[in-house]
Each structure stands twice: as structure tokens, then as C-alpha cells.
Ligand binder design. Structure first.
Ligand SMILES: *Cc1c(COP(=O)(O)O)cnc(C)c1O
Length: 226
């Protein structure tokens, strides 16, 4: 099936149940992204700052770009003027840097806290206790140009459906707790970004509100970039 067909089918599948579809276009050429755009897709995700900064000016301005890969503090300035959401916030230092450049650009930048849920040492993210510590801190309270919209997690790369389900269940349950404790009156804290091509159906069963799909839409990538 074509990229356009994939977008149409996946938008229907996710839209019916109120799940947001993020098209992960990393390593894919402009023409592929344009095809998805022409089929109605507006939310795209990239994981490398340089690649995102190269692609963004070549594509329609109403695309909402999400950064989903590890972000170094010294690169925040390149994306702060246009990024719609940074899903990979994993420290207060990074959040402070995002806030600084958002202020310079006269914007408020939406962010997700990336939570470490996988059973793999290679993955980035905050532990559950670190999320709580960050949200309780005075440093966080001082930030006016970032808005925390929710949590993002990447499950273990495993064939065990049981394990993936448990990890997503934990993230969703943790999200509900954080919402009650810190964002009870904040309707904007509404996003649980979980689910990739291999496991998005499981993630949706466990209460995902946003799935991040790359290969299911655009086909496989030449080399593994996660
Ligand atoms: C690459 C990537 C995805 C999409 O992966 P697919 O398996 O191609 O759907 C989702 N989330 C993150 C954080 C990624 O880096």
C-alpha cells in the first residue's frame, strides 16, 4: 500500500477512538513526507535535530513538528522557534534550556516528560521518582514558557506481549496519578504518548492517547536509528 493509503487507514483507525497519530518521518525523504501531508497528515515526528532543521523549511508551514529523540541542551536553540512539541524531556536542566529559548522566541513550548519504562539500559528517560521530584521542584515552578502536556514512554523491544502490556499499563497508571497530584485543574495535561509500529495496538488497549508510527506508514528504515 502507498504512504497515502497508510495514512488514510491509520487516521481512520486512530481517529475513531480519539487517539492522535504522529507520523515518524526520520530518515525518510521530503517527497514521502509531502505524500503523507497531501493525504491529510499534519503531525510529524523526527528524532535528530539536524535532520529536522534541514527538512522543516522545505515543507508546508502548517506541519506540527514533534521532537521524539534525545535532545542535547546545546541544540535547543535550533528548534525553539518552530517546534510544536518536545516529547523527549528527560531532565530539569533540559526543561530550563527549553524555557530560556522559548522565552527568547516569545513562545510557550509544549513538552512531554519521557519516562523510562523499558527493561533496557540503552533507553533514555526519567524514573517515576524523578518525574515526581522534577514536578515538585522550585526550579520547575519558575518556568513560564514551557507547558507539560503529559508523558511519553518507549517499551522494551521484545516479543513478549505480556511485558509490553505491563510497561504501558504502568505508564498509563502513573500518568493518572501524576494528573491527580499535579495537574488536576489543568486540562492541557492530556497526553500519554506510547505505541510504535510493532506495539501500537497494545498501547491503545492500555490507554495511549498518541501513537508514534514510522515504518507502518513509510516502510522500513535502512538502518536502526532508535
Ligand atoms: C523511530 C521511533 C518511533 C517509530 O518507530 P516505528 O517502529 O518505525 O514505528 C517511535 N518513537 C520513537 C521515540 C522513535 O525513535
Amino acid at each position: 500500500m502507498s504512504i497515502a493509503d497508510n495514512i488514510k487507514n491509520l487516521k481512520k483507525e486512530t481517529g475513531q477512538i480519539g487517539v492522535t497519530l504522529l507520523a515518524v518521518s526520520k530518515t525518510k525523504p521530503i517527497t514521502d513526507i509531502q505524500e503523507a501531508y497531501d493525504a491529510g497528515q499534519r503531525l510529524f515526528g523526527e528524532n535528530i535535530v539536524q535532520e529536522l532543521v534541514d527538512k522543516q523549511p522545505q515543507l508546508p508551514t502548517d506541519i506540527e513538528w514533534h521532537l521524539i529523540g534525545h535532545l542535547q541542551t546545546n541544540k535547543v536553540k535550533y528548534i525553539a522557534p518552530f517546534i510544536s512539541m518536545i516529547q523527549s524531556v528527560d531532565s530539569i536542566k533540559l526543561l530550563q534550556e527549553i524555557n530560556k529559548h522559548a522565552l527568547k522566541a516569545n513562545r510557550v513550548i509544549d513538552c512531554l516528560l519521557q519516562v523510562y519504562i523499558a527493561d533496557e539500559e540503552t533507553k533514555f528517560g526519567l524514573g517515576f521518582d524523578e518525574v515526581i521530584e522534577l514536578l515538585r521542584s522550585e526550579e520547575f515552578a519558575a518556568l513560564k514558557n514551557v507547558r507539560i502536556r503529559g508523558l511519553m514512554g518507549i517499551a522494551t523491544n521484545t516479543d513478549s506481549e505480556k511485558q509490553i502490556k505491563e510497561e504501558y499499563y504502568e505508564l498509563k497508571t502513573f500518568f493518572e496519578g501524576v494528573k491527580l497530584s499535579f495537574f488536576r485543574k489543568d486540562d492541557a495535561f492530556d497526553t500519554v504518548s506510547m505505541g510504535m509500529s510493532s506495539d501500537y495496538k497494545l498501547a491503545i488497549e492500555q490507554g495511549s492517547t498518541m501513537v508514534r508510527l514510522g515504518s507502518t506508514i513509510f516502510g522500513g528504515r535502512a538502518k536502526k536509528t532508535v
